[in-house]
Write a protein of this length. Structure first.
Length: 97
């Protein structure tokens, strides 16, 4: 599984952009800011337009079920909590059509 890290602040992004525009190497930027060089490569891939420091919105995984089917499944589980997964699945599939 991928490791999730905190995003850089807009101030840190602008500092990285300014230092790279001045022609400094990744090593020099790493010494000045204290951030890892890998962070800069990810940063420049994420922000292809020069001067852009806004983080792109993240989509995430789309839900597999609708709100209606979620509420139906919730009611089924509350009705009989001792039901097995296979029983619940078959009942859900029959009910949802």
């Amino acid at each position: 599984m991928a490791r999730h890290c905190k995003q850089l602040t807009p101030e840190a992004n602008s500092v990285i952009i300014k230092l790279s525009q001045q022609g400094l190497s990744s090593r020099k930027i790493e010494e000045i800011t204290g951030y890892n060089t890998r962070t800069f490569s990810k940063h420049f891939k994420r922000f292809p337009e020069p001067g852009n420091i806004e983080n792109r919105p993240r989509i995430g995984q789309r839900p597999k079920t609708t709100k209606r089917s979620d509420s139906m499944l919730f009611r089924m589980v509350k009705r009989n909590r001792r039901q097995t997964l296979s029983e619940l699945t078959s009942e859900f599939n029959l009910a949802s059509g």
